[in-house]
Design a binder for this molecule. Structure first.
Ligand code: ATP
Ligand code: MG
Length: 371
């Protein structure tokens, strides 16, 4: 729910508008206008627009879930029906349930009553896999056809996409047929880089090789500042220009940090009408602690000893490292080093800095490792 839709119990107590919670839509989205605009344009266009099959790739906390949710909102404002699921068992059934809820009034009564019966589209114990699959496909074909005849498109968003979900393979296959039949449909997936590259390599979902890939790039400092300022002012306070600049820079273009820093800055001197530089300095320290606990520690835990060693050997350089130097420091050959580097890049931990160079991509990670 948007902050503005709730009435504060005590109007004097200004509520903290920042949302440092995964999956929570912030009051102001920083820097995703272009991405959202592209997809919306694709929906307004005719079937065949490449934006209608899109994949968003980004590390933890870059704002994928929020992006999918806000595109779904825009799509619904355009009159599309949207079904928004997370890739896991039961998602095919969930898509039908949501489509029925939101677009049921556009479906023929027979179709509506058929899909209202309890269907287990996944791999239940009574039904054969192939059977469930073809039932889902024919139900969805009817649904899409009837929605399209009523002048409405169907958008499906799938969060946390990975090869672990067999149902995702079925969805992609059926979607591919819809595209071929030039139906008004769109499919947006979001996932972590290593999961998306595995999906693209997988033959069951090879159709995704032709989908548009959008990476969740760093958000610019100016867009970050703009969103922070609007969020603060929208909730009834202001921020000193210097403080805003410092806060925006410290967020390093990382969506989750924008919320963390904003949140802590807000709570430093809640009685003051203006957030000061001192408030922001304090906030950055709190934000760092939360980042460690919620992002950096879990990320490091997921790495192999080799990968951790690779990062440690990057610390010897000021900012960027030459991959050749790292291999030498680790005493491994270039091939092995390339493998390790690729996995670290796929995890969003480091990034390429042009020919033969890498640098840290995950915000605050360098400082954390140095400690
Ligand atoms: N464009 C944005 N501007 C400002 N804050 C954002 C933006 N997008 C997301 N956020 C905030 O960043 C945090 C992470 O967002 P989200 O949950 O969408 O990330 P994610 O990429 O889905 O992470 P995960 O991979 O862990 O699922 C949330 O606190 C959210 O409010
Ligand atoms: Mg998410």
């Amino acid at each position: 729910m948007k902050e503005s839709e709730t009435t504060p119990r005590n109007p004097e107590a200004r509520r903290n508008p920042f949302t440092p919670t995964f999956g929570c839509i912030p009051p102001e989205l920083a820097g995703r206008e272009g991405l959202i605009g592209n997809i919306v344009e694709g929906l307004e266009n005719a079937p065949g627009d490449p934006n209608r099959a899109s994949v968003f790739v980004g590390a933890r906390g870059t704002g994928k879930t929020v992006l999918l949710a806000s595109i779904a909102e825009s799509a619904e404002a355009l009159g599309w029906v949207s079904a928004n699921v997370t890739a896991r068992e039961g998602m095919l059934g969930e898509i039908v349930v949501q489509t029925r809820k939101k677009g049921g009034h556009l479906l023929r009564p027979e179709t509506l009553s058929r899909i209202t019966e309890l269907h287990v589209y996944g791999f239940g114990f009574t039904r054969e896999v192939g059977d469930a699959q073809s039932t889902w496909r024919s139900d969805m074909t009817d649904i899409v056809q009837e929605l399209n005849e009523a002048g409405t498109g169907l958008l499906i968003t799938v969060d946390e996409a990975s090869t672990k979900s067999a149902e995702l393979g079925i969805l992609v296959d059926v979607f591919q047929h819809f595209v071929r039949e030039r139906r008004d449909v769109a499919l947006l997936l979001a996932g972590l880089p290593h999961n998306i590259s595995a999906l693209i390599d997988d033959d069951a979902t090879s159709f995704l090789r032709r989908a548009f890939q959008h990476s969740m790039d760093k958000i610019s400092t100016s867009e970050t500042a703009y969103a922070m300022k609007d969020t603060i002012e929208g909730a009834g306070r202001s921020i000193e220009p210097k403080a805003l600049e410092r806060a925006a820079e410290a967020a390093e273009g990382y969506a989750f940090l924008i919320q963390l820093i904003g949140y802590h800055a807000w709570r430093q001197s809640p009685r003051s009408g203006t957030i000061s530089e001192e408030d922001v300095e304090g906030a950055i320290r709190f934000a760092r602690r939360d980042m460690e606990r919620m992002v950096l520690e879990p990320t490091m835990r997921d790495l192999s000893p080799r990968e951790a060693e690779y990062l440690a050997s990057m610390l010897e350089d000021e900012s960027e490292s030459l991959v050749a130097d790292i291999a030498q420091r680790m005493g491994i050959d270039a091939n092995n080093a390339t493998q390790v580097r690729r996995r670290l890049i796929e995890r969003g931990v480091i990034g390429s800095r042009g020919r033969g160079r890498v640098g840290f991509d995950m915000p605050m990670l360098r400082g954390y490792l140095e400690e």
